[in-house]
Design a protein around this ligand. Structure first.
Ligand SMILES: [Zn+2]
Length: 244
């Protein structure tokens, strides 16, 4: 099991860690991780590991392994000389991760702006998309205006956990029709709220990483709205950061 530091603080850019296991494919399991593992439509993080002997190892991505372990995949395969118990410093490719955070929060705002179930989605550093159970295409200009108004509204983003019973009592929170809400080892479900508790802009189960305030996003542009079947509209959004 890997302690997922990014769930407590999505702004941690690096951490000291210890090698807990090495997989047959050369994957590296640490006791704690700032690297998010691919899941929920958000890509795994890339970055590097600084080893005790001074070497720097490029990490392509992070994936989920067995028993709640997160597995770092080195760009050049198994690392010669690396052993269980070695200390490392894990360092994120922060620009890419922050893009994923800005995009993930933007997709929750998109979700809050469309009255329809979500059937799929994908997050990228520059372009992201959500698929909606929707027969008519929304007005692109009005949607873009609404998204940017929500971003400029400087709403705080807050993560917490609730019990499965509490979630079952509020089925309207589950917007994604195809994915079961993420549960942690104790069965609790992580929920992310944008806006105040009294008047939330969006509130739904989510295991991803988000910006702390919507104002950090900058702007988004609504791209193509694609027809993917009679009852499905794919809405693409592009990120326009404040300081590109
Ligand atoms: Zn999410």
């Amino acid at each position: 099991m890997t302690d997922k530091l990014f769930l407590q603080d999505a702004y941690l850019k690096s951490c000291e860690a210890r090698v807990e296991a090495l997989t047959a494919e050369g994957g590296i399991v640490l006791n704690q991780s700032v690297f998010y593992a691919t899941g929920g439509g958000q890509p795994g993080d890339s970055g590097s590991l600084a080893l005790e002997d001074g070497r720097s190892i490029a990490i392509n991505t992070c994936i989920k392994g067995e028993n709640d372990a997160l597995v770092l995949l080195p760009a050049d395969g198994p690392v010669a000389g690396l052993e269980v118990g070695h200390g490392v410093e894990a360092i994120l490719d922060w620009d890419r991760r922050f893009a994923h955070m800005a995009m993930h929060t933007s997709l929750h705002l998109l979700c809050a702006s469309i009255e329809a179930g979500v059937t799929g989605g994908s997050i990228g550093a520059e372009k992201s998309r959500l698929d909606f159970d929707l027969e008519d295409s929304p007005d692109k200009e009005a949607l873009e205006q609404r998204l940017n108004d929500l971003i400029a509204g400087a709403h705080d983003v807050h993560a917490s956990t609730i019990t499965a019973e509490a979630l079952d009592a509020q089925p309207e929170l589950v917007r994604t029709m195809s994915v079961a809400p993420p549960r942690d080892a104790s069965g609790l479900i992580r929920v992310v709220r944008i806006g105040s508790e009294a008047r939330p802009v969006d509130f739904q189960p989510c295991g991803g990483t988000h910006v702390a305030n919507t104002a950090e996003i900058g702007r988004v542009r609504v791209g193509k709205v694609e027809k993917k079947g009679k009852q499905n509209r794919r809405i693409n959004i592009h990120w326009e950061p404040i300081n590109p």
